[in-house]
Design a protein around this ligand. Structure first.
Ligand code: PLP
Length: 395
C-alpha cells in the first residue's frame, strides 16, 4: 500500500520534469549581491534577486545582527506570548509601524505567515474578501483559511472591482486585498482608484507591500507613498526578506486594535516561533538606515529608469511597470528558457518565466534592478540582451 504511494510521488515528479515544470536550484557560492559567484566559480551579474536596495550583505546590518547575537543570544525557543518577546521585537515593531505611518505592527516568521494569519481572525462568514486575481499565493491561502465570502477581480481592473463590490454589498464588512506591486509584470495596484471605490462601496483595504516597500514611492514607503495615500489603507503586510535586508521575517501593520486582535487570534503568530534576536536587531538597523538619507532608493529608481530606456531603445517589448521589476516579453516558453540560458553564458543571470507562472504564451525574461547595480553592470546586461535578442530574432 505504501509502496504505491511512493510510486505515485515518483511518477508525479517525472511528469513535472517531462512538462518542463521541474525547478532546479542553482547554487550560489558567494553572499547575495549585484555580482554573485556560482558553484562552478563563475562570477555573474545578478538581475534576479529581491535585493532591491543592495542591503542583503550590508556591513551595518551584519554588524547589528552580530551585536544582537552577543546581547540577546541565538534563539528564542518560544512563541511571542510565552517567553519570546524582547525589547528588540518591540522596537522593530514600532519602527515598522512608523515607517508605514500606521499605529502598530506585528511580526511574523515570514510574510507568508502574515498573509496566512490576517484574514481568519478579522473576518467571518458574514463578510467578504475581494481579491485581485494576481495576488500572491500566500494571500490566496490566507483567504482560503477564513470563512468570508470570496470575490475575485481581474488584475488592476477597476470596472471588475466595482462589479465585485456591488455583488458584495449584502456582506457585513468588505475587504479589498491587493499586492502593491505584482511580481510577474511589475505593475502597481491602482491604489488611488481602489481608495475611491472603497469609499463609494464602504470597503476596507489591505495592501501587500512585499515588492513595493523600500522600492516604490519617493522615499520607498511603498504604494501608499507613490499615490500620496499614506494612512488611507487599513492593513499593510510586508516582508523583511526582500528590500529590507533580505533575511527573513514578515509583518502586518494597521490600527492598534486590529494588531492587538491579531496578537490574540492569528494562528501563525500564536503557534510559531518568535524571530531570532539577530534578525530583529538587523531589522532595527535597516529602519534606522532608512530614516535619514534615501540615496539607495533614489539610486534604484535611477537604475530602473536607465535600464528600461536602454532596453526600449534597443527594441525590446517591456511590460509597463513603475517598480524595479521589468518583464521583457518573448511570449514563447521555449524561447524564454533559451534566452535565459544564453544570457547566463554571457554572465548575466535573469530568469525566464512561462506558463503556469504567467499566462499561456506570455513567456518573458524578468529582470529585477538593485541599487547596488552600477552603470557598467546595467550596460553589460543590456549588451547581453541585445546580442542574445539578435541571435534569437527577438529584436
Ligand atoms: C515574497 C512575497 C511574499 C512572501 O514573503 P516571505 O516573507 O518571503 O514569506 C508575500 N507576498 C508577496 C506579494 C511577495 O512578493
Amino acid at each position: 500500500m505504501n509502496a504505491s504511494f511512493y510510486t505515485y510521488i515518483k511518477n508525479e515528479l517525472q511528469e513535472l520534469m517531462q512538462k518542463g515544470l521541474y525547478k532546479n536550484e542553482r547554487f550560489i557560492a558567494s553572499p547575495q549581491g549585484a555580482e554573485i559567484m556560482l558553484s562552478d566559480g563563475r562570477w555573474v551579474l545578478n538581475f534576479c534577486s529581491n535585493n532591491y536596495l543592495g542591503l542583503s550583505n550590508h556591513p551595518q546590518l551584519i554588524e547589528a545582527a552580530k551585536k544582537g547575537l552577543d546581547t540577546h543570544g541565538f534563539g528564542m525557543s518560544s512563541v511571542r506570548f510565552i517567553c519570546g518577546t524582547t525589547d528588540l521585537h518591540k522596537t522593530l515593531e514600532e519602527k515598522i509601524a512608523a515607517f508605514f505611518g500606521a499605529e502598530d505592527s506585528i511580526l511574523y516568521a515570514a510574510c507568508f505567515d502574515a498573509n496566512g494569519g490576517v484574514f481568519e481572525p478579522l473576518l467571518s462568514a458574514e463578510d467578504a474578501v475581494i481579491s485581485d486575481a494576481l495576488n500572491h499565493a500566500s494571500i490566496i491561502d490566507g483567504v482560503r483559511l477564513c470563512k468570508a465570502k470570496r470575490y475575485r477581480y481581474k488584475t488592476a481592473d477597476m470596472e471588475d472591482l466595482e462589479k465585485q463590490l456591488k455583488a458584495a454589498q449584502e456582506q457585513r464588512f468588505r475587504l479589498i486585498v491587493t499586492d502593491g506591486v505584482f511580481s510577474m509584470d511589475g505593475h502597481l495596484a491602482p491604489l488611488d482608484r481602489i481608495v475611491s471605490l472603497a469609499k463609494k462601496y464602504n470597503a476596507l483595504i489591505m495592501v501587500d507591500e512585499c515588492h513595493s516597500a523600500g522600492v516604490v514611492g519617493k522615499t520607498g514607503r511603498g504604494i501608499t507613498e507613490h499615490f500620496d495615500l499614506r494612512g488611507e489603507v487599513d492593513i499593510i503586510t510586508g516582508t523583511l526578506g526582500k528590500a529590507f535586508g533580505g533575511a527573513i521575517g514578515g509583518f502586518t501593520t494597521g490600527k492598534k486594535d486590529v494588531i492587538d486582535m491579531l496578537r490574540q487570534r492569528s494562528r501563525p503568530y500564536l503557534f510559531s516561533n518568535s524571530l531570532p534576536p539577530a534578525i530583529a536587531a538587523a531589522g532595527i538597523a535597516y529602519f534606522d538606515l532608512m530614516e535619514g538619507a534615501n540615496q539607495r532608493c533614489q539610486q534604484l529608481h535611477k537604475n530602473t529608469l536607465y535600464f528600461k530606456e536602454k532596453m526600449i531603445a534597443a527594441g525590446f517589448e517591456l511590460k509597463p511597470s513603475e517598480s524595479a521589476i521589468c518583464a521583457i516579453m518573448v511570449y514563447d516558453a521555449m524561447l524564454a528558457q533559451q534566452f535565459a540560458e544564453l544570457l547566463l553564458e554571457k554572465n548575466v543571470y535573469a530568469v525566464g518565466f512561462s506558463y503556469p507562472v504567467v499566462p499561456q504564451d506570455q513567456a518573458r525574461i524578468r529582470v529585477q534592478l538593485s541599487a547596488d547595480h552600477t552603470k557598467e553592470h546595467i550596460n553589460t546586461a543590456v549588451e547581453a540582451f541585445i546580442a542574445v535578442g539578435q541571435q534569437l530574432g527577438v529584436v
